[in-house]
Design a binder for this molecule. Structure first.
Ligand SMILES: [Zn+2]
Length: 211
């Protein structure tokens, strides 16, 4: 398929040629701008496997490549359908074992729901081969339960940390299907994925949210 290079956008940050110094074209519709290339070099030079910069880059939302003319209408329709049907502000926080979980908001979509949270904890030490994510178990008051879907994101937010010994991670967990209209309350249990290796295993954070 041919691709109009005037529609080029950096695949890492989404910026277009006027907004960047240099743009390097890769195969197909892949591009990288000079700023993102610089960031990649900094990540390579940092010996920490999941440095804040690497986490930030890995957790960016995917860049949507401009579609050929004619498909725009369809794409626009899709974007509108992805807006949440309802936002529920939660703002609950609980501290346990020197770590705080803050639930920020619940977003209800047509086919799933998402939970935005902050996880304030000692920074992950070098040597993690993966980014651990909080394990959620959600139940509603009429007997349905959900484990989180795969995916979601975890973003390092060093600028939010007020205590230098703690790191702030911003996470997003997805669950499907959405709660039924009959449900008026959900309980959210959150577990530290590494806490299961403690002896005894760490307790979970427990939250109740009115829908
Ligand atoms: Zn870029």
């Amino acid at each position: 398929m041919s691709f109009d290079r005037s529609l080029a956008r950096c695949s890492f940050c989404g910026k277009r040629p006027p907004e960047v110094g240099r743009m390097i074209a890769g195969p197909g519709a892949a591009y990288i701008c000079d700023n993102c290339l610089q960031l990649c070099n900094e990540i390579i030079e940092d010996p920490t496997p999941f440095s804040p910069k690497a986490l930030e880059l890995a957790s960016r939302p995917p860049v949507v490549i401009a579609a050929p003319q004619g498909l725009n209408q369809e794409l626009t329709g899709e974007v509108i359908a992805q807006e949440p049907l309802r936002n529920i502000t939660i703002e609950l926080e609980q501290k346990q074992h020197g770590m705080t979980v803050m639930l920020h908001q619940l977003q209800l979509y047509q086919k799933h729901f998402e939970l935005d949270y902050l996880w304030i904890r000692p920074p992950f030490r070098a040597g993690f081969a993966f980014v651990p994510r909080i394990i959620f178990l959600v139940r509603d008051n009429i007997g349905n339960h959900w484990a989180g879907d795969r995916g979601g994101m975890l973003l390092a937010r060093p600028e939010l940390a007020s205590d230098p010994s703690l790191a702030v991670y911003q996470g997003n967990a997805r669950f499907s299907p959405p709660p039924s209209p009959d449900a008026h309350m959900i309980t959210i249990r959150a577990a530290d994925p590494l806490g299961m290796f403690e002896d005894p295993p760490l307790h979970t954070w427990n939250f109740e949210v009115t829908l």
